[in-house]
Design a protein around this ligand. Structure first.
Ligand SMILES: *Cc1c(COP(=O)(O)O)cnc(C)c1O
Length: 417
């Protein structure tokens, strides 16, 4: 199902369906009708705009899958499955194992590889490493982040350090930074638990993804790839295990459009099993705070199914069409130019850079701020060290491309000399 068919009526229809199923028997709502339709609710949420009821502004997202903005929007079908999940009790470890088997089949993972639904890619990193450190040793699992008796170092390239390695450090390990192959060889020792790779930083380091996995094999050290935001392309979901990575992490709530609090840990069956032992629902574990619910587990499977069946070429074309529409409108203003690019890795979707000359005496920050102050509010990327503004369109909802075009044209035209 493409984004085009994800129209407003379909979305609200499914919400109503899910809501009515949840609220049996349905209460009369004749007096509560609002513009959003019959929500079947009274009190909080009855307007159909619970955010508005709280006085919190929703935004048009032209920046991408940012956790700070709520990541991505789940599809109606995912919502329906999550509602189905919410109506029954179930043994969570059993559910996790069954879900992992289903996901491994869907991704056609090689024999000996499995999957685990976590509360996000960050959680997959932490519990994946925790599992490597403890194995199935109950005593060690309870002892983390005290590493007495366990290995205690994780090696990564200096350029691959980033805020998410906090999840690795949370297990108690020391991060060992290297830059060259020689430094790597010297750094590997009997304390080395894992070799970590941050996929988006691939270009920055001397050792690329495939060589990193090969070297890890040579040194007999488990290796991990944080590929959280690295679908599309969809093939990345199996490329890195095929490349030799023992564990790979993906966000569920980014381009896959699964539940916001879901992620995938994919990799060697034994390591995936140890990761679950270090995670909620098991108590007295490092990962108990990273609870993943039955709703997220089932919602993740549905999201993945839909994502795998999507026409990715059609989707990419639709994303480009939306940018073209905005470009046509704003480049009519003298001095405004646009250019297009697709990052090789991480947010591998069409992007548009918008620049303007001295005829429009506004800084990119001022334009971005004006967009944010608009109603509806629009969030767009800064130049990321480059001139102008950058945006993408893969998180835009129907008709929002036109809204962005209109608003942007209005701001730029208002200030043109
Ligand atoms: C988003 C992201 C994460 C965290 O993913 P969550 O699913 O939000 O936990 C980790 N690493 C990278 C590179 C990311 O982009």
């Amino acid at each position: 199902m493409g984004l085009t068919s994800w129209n407003r009526r379909g979305f609200l229809g499914s919400v109503a369906m899910a809501a009515s199923a949840l609220l049996m028997p349905r209460r009369s709502t004749a007096t509560n009708r609002t513009t959003a339709g019959d929500t079947g609710l009274s009190g909080f949420g009855q307007s159909g705009s619970p955010y508005e009821e709280l006085g919190v502004t929703t935004v048009i997202n032209a920046q991408g899958t940012m956790t700070m903005l709520g990541g991505s929007l789940i599809r109606p079908e995912v919502e329906v499955v999550m509602a189905q999940a919410s109506r029954h009790f179930v043994n969570i470890p059993d559910l996790e194992e069954a879900a992992g088997r289903r996901i491994a089949e869907m991704l056609k993972l090689p024999d000996g590889y499995g999957a685990l639904v976590t509360s996000g890619a960050a959680a997959a990193m932490q519990s994946g490493l925790a599992g490597i450190l403890t194995g199935d040793n109950e005593f060690f699992i309870k002892q983390l982040p005290d590493l007495t008796g366990m290995k205690s170092e994780v090696i990564l390239q200096k350029s691959h350090r980033n805020p998410f390695d906090h999840q690795l450090r949370a297990t108690g390990v020391k991060l060992i930074e290297i830059e060259t192959r020689d430094q790597l060889r010297v750094a590997v020792n009997e304390r080395t638990a894992m070799m970590h790779f941050s996929n988006f930083a691939s270009e920055a380091g001397q050792i690329k993804a495939d060589e990193w996995a090969k070297l890890a094999k040579e040194y007999k050290v488990p290796c991990f790839n944080d590929a959280a935001a690295d679908t599309p392309p969809v093939s990345h979901l199996w490329d890195y295990t095929n490349m030799g990575y023992d564990l790979v992490a993906f966000s569920g709530g980014k381009a896959i459009r699964g539940p916001q609090c879901a992620g995938l840990l994919i990799g060697r069956k034994d390591l995936v099993r140890y990761a679950l032992l270090n995670n909620s629902p098991h108590e007295d574990t490092l990962g108990r705070g990273q609870k993943v619910g039955k709703e997220e587990i089932l919602g993740m499977i549905k999201a993945l199914e839909l994502y795998l069946n999507e026409d990715h070429d059609a989707l990419r074309k639709e994303w480009q069409d939306r940018l073209d529409l905005i470009s046509r409108e704003i480049t009519r203003i003298p001095g405004v130019s646009t250019s297009f690019f697709t990052p090789d890795i991480a947010n591998h979707v069409p992007h548009m850079r918008i620049t303007w000359d001295a005829r429009i005496p506004l800084t990119p920050q001022q334009v971005a701020q004006s967009l944010r102050n608009s109603r509806p509010a629009i969030v767009i990327g800064g130049g990321e060290g480059k001139p102008g503004l950058t945006m993408n369109s893969f998180m835009l909802q129907p008709d929002e491309d036109q809204a962005v075009a209109d608003r942007l044209a209005h701001i730029l035209r208002d200030h043109s000399a």
